[in-house]
Ligand binder design. Structure first.
Ligand code: ZN
Length: 258
């Protein structure tokens, strides 16, 4: 079958409370990130699934053995050095740190919170692709409705946006997955897959642990955290598996020679 499901997780320290003026020590951010990774092990160990794990160097340094093992089956790509702060030098530094830990080349980048980054800097740091675009309108965050919905090239870097539905550009990302009715989300995924031949979905491991519930975050971010959300994602994976192969973004780019 020539349809592909590019499942990705942003593997990171859980620093979301900082955005809502709550303190959380780095040690606890890392701990919650890690129990999230353990929580999704059924997905990560599924023999039919290869995904892309956008990992901060900070996380990878603290859990280097886990990341080394995951790199045998999944693509490890960069989610920069620190989730909470960024400067352009971190592009190369995070790439090198991840390559040292995994022993494999790192070609992909996704910026924390999909923040803007200059493609000339991404190219200079030696990356091949960037997946830091959500080509939709997210009130208070960004308006990217003018950008292509599917893969394009900018200044020598392939850009693989997170998928949005055709026409209305409804984002198929973590917040819509947890907040939309399941069947509606699945329908949007299947429509997008049919139209584009691939779908690029993204989540965070920490969504799948109820350890995030003690923080004062908006309910639309915490909804169903833990087992309920995990079962929902496992159900989606099972139900769309006949419609496409779960491969990493790196594999997909190679396959399609894009
Ligand atoms: Zn992130």
């Amino acid at each position: 079958m020539n349809q592909y499901i590019l499942l990705s997780f942003d593997v990171e320290e859980f620093d979301l409370p900082l955005e809502y003026m709550q303190s959380i020590p780095l040690k606890e951010q890392l701990h919650i990130g890690n129990i999230g990774v353990q929580a999704i092990s059924t997905i990560l160990n599924n023999p039919n699934i290869s995904c892309t794990l956008f990992t901060t160097a900070t996380y990878a340094i603290h859990f280097s053995e886990t990341i080394r093992q995951l790199a045998q089956k999944h693509e490890i790509a960069s989610h920069t050095y620190y989730h909470s702060s960024f400067e352009n030098a971190h592009l190369l530094q995070s790439k090198e740190a991840l390559e040292t830990i995994t022993g494999k080349q790192v070609i992909g980048l996704r910026m924390p919170r999909m923040r803007h980054v200059e493609m000339s800097e991404v190219l200079k740091a030696g990356y091949g692709y960037d997946s830091s675009i959500n080509p939709t309108w997210l009130p208070g965050r960004y308006n990217n409705t003018h950008l292509p919905r599917t893969k394009y090239t900018e200044e020598g870097i392939k850009r693989i946006p997170a998928s949005v539905s055709p026409n209305l550009r409804i984002p198929l990302f973590w917040l819509s997955f947890k907040n939309f009715p399941y069947l509606y989300f699945r329908k949007l995924v299947l429509n997008t897959l049919k139209k584009d031949g691939y779908v690029c979905l993204y989540f965070h491991p920490w969504e799948f642990t109820n350890a995030i519930n003690k923080f004062a975050l908006p309910n639309f971010m915490k909804k169903d955290a833990g087992e309920i959300l995990l079962e929902k994602l496992e159900k989606l994976i099972k139900e769309i598996a006949s419609e496409g192969s779960f491969i990493s973004i790196q594999e997909w780019l190679c396959l399609s020679n894009k």
